[in-house]
Design a protein around this ligand. Structure first.
Ligand code: ADP
Length: 410
């Protein structure tokens, strides 16, 4: 089956076409036939499409909205003979959508029905920036493909629905949870779940024996404590703002800072929240960039003090979280790095893992340095009590596989 995987944001659309079925899943032999993205939707958009084994095609064109973006993608898929095995839209058998917020309603992936769509709409108040764009993508795809092409929703929050109350409740008046559903939901769930799945497959162990800490370090960053195969704690909260230091997000801070900054800088609450989401984190500390690769280059080549500081604070926060999760879980078998930074930066992995030997976490510098990007590997010392590994994440693959499994369950 060819599955179209869609990730629709407010101003961007990312897609992949993945050929997979139950037998291919079993053999881990799924194939990515094409991928691409459209950015700056709503204006002069930047378009980038790549079919397997071919050079990337880049262009710019006005793209009005999510529906127009999807039509642009589908025109390319069906008109160019670039994508192997696909000559028209009829060659796409199902669609899998990434949906950011599933609230407490969606504990796993589901086939999209009118009722499911209403449920996703109900979660808009929890993710006002994300869910509306996801819904637009789903609605456009249903209109274009008709109801005979099954579509699935895979939620960023679903994997963390196993969190116990003690991890998901905030210490604020309980009625705010009851009335407004204010609690920790956690995000990047599809990524943490994929890493846990690969970990148990590589080690050939049952799901309930997976006791690991997973680090998704990309532009957004989060850490999850996975015990007996289930997520039992994670750093992002009601929104993706909480937890680790990220590209432009502050992560944890004293909530009193919001009013303080508001008073000192003459900003309203929305403006302060926007500042914490878009101008903080690595960008805020360094004053230079939210891009870790650039930051490392600045720190190493020009010795920029604030670039160094941003990196130091970023890694220190991760170490504190690892320590607290090791305590909360009564130890873990492994710490796994993933995401653009986690997968590609040996330097960050070194800085995160340093001075944790008391906890039984010891990196093998040579293995870390020679780890080949894109591969799965163990980078801890043989003597390390807690294994350290790198597993490249693949959320799109999991979305495609969930879609196939759901169709086969029907
Ligand atoms: P997103 O969260 O948008 O999916 P990615 O997972 O692609 O983002 O991660 C993007 C981050 O990964 C950026 O900060 C980028 O600089 C960083 N990154 C990618 N490659 C490297 C590298 N070799 N060294 C350090 N950082 C890297």
């Amino acid at each position: 089956m060819n599955i179209l995987v869609l990730n629709c944001g407010s101003s961007s659309l990312k897609f992949q076409i993945i050929a997979t079925d139950l037998e291919r899943i079993e053999r881990n032999a799924d194939r990515r036939l094409a991928e691409g993205h459209i950015e700056r939707i709503g204006g002069a958009a930047l378009i980038s499409f790549t079919a397997e084994g071919r050079a990337t095609e880049r262009s710019a064109a006005p793209v009005r909205d999510v529906r127009a973006a999807l039509e642009t993608v589908l025109r390319w898929i069906s008109e160019s003979d670039a994508v192997e095995g696909i000559s028209s839209l009829a060659d796409i058998q199902a669609i899998g959508h990434r949906v950011v917020h599933g609230g407490e309603k969606f504990k796993e992936s589901v086939i999209i029905t009118d009722e499911v769509l209403r449920g996703i709409e109900d979660c808009i108040e929890l993710a006002p920036l994300h869910n509306p764009a996801n819904i637009k993508g789903i609605t456009a795809a249903r209109e274009i493909f008709g109801k005979n092409v099954p579509q699935a929703a895979v939620f960023d929050t679903a994997f963390h629905q196993t969190l116990p109350e003690k991890s998901y409740l905030y210490a604020i008046p309980y009625q705010f949870y009851r009335r407004h559903k204010i609690r920790r939901y956690g995000f990047h769930g599809t990524s943490h779940r994929y890493i846990a799945y690969r970990y148990r497959t590589i080690n050939n162990i049952p799901r309930e024996n997976v006791n690991i800490i997973t680090l998704h370090l990309g532009n957004g960053c989060s850490i999850a404590a996975i015990k007996n195969g289930n997520s039992v704690d994670t750093s992002m909260g009601l929104t993706p703002l909480e937890g680790l230091v990220m590209g432009t997000r502050s992560g944890d801070l004293d909530p009193a800072i919001i009013e303080f900054v508001s008073g000192k800088e003459g900003l309203n609450v929305h403006e302060v929240e926007s500042l914490l989401n878009k101008q903080s984190g690595l960008l805020g500390i360094s004053g230079l960039t939210n891009d870790m690769r650039e930051l490392i280059a600045e720190a190493e080549e020009s010795g920029d003090r604030r670039a160094r500081l941003a990196i130091e604070i970023f890694c220190y926060r991760i170490r504190k979280y690892i320590g607290s999760y090791l305590a909360a879980m009564n130890g873990a078998d492994a710490i796994i790095f993933a995401g653009g930074i986690g997968e590609n930066s040996a330097k960050i992995r070194t800085l995160v893992c340093q001075e944790m030997n008391w906890l039984g976490v010891e990196l093998d510098e040579e293995k870390n340095r020679t780890h080949e990007n894109g591969c799965e590997s163990v980078i801890s010392a043989d003597s390390s009590k807690v294994k350290i590994g790198v597993i490249p994440t693949n959320e799109e693959l999991l979305i495609a596989r969930d879609t196939v499994r759901l169709i086969n369950q029907k």
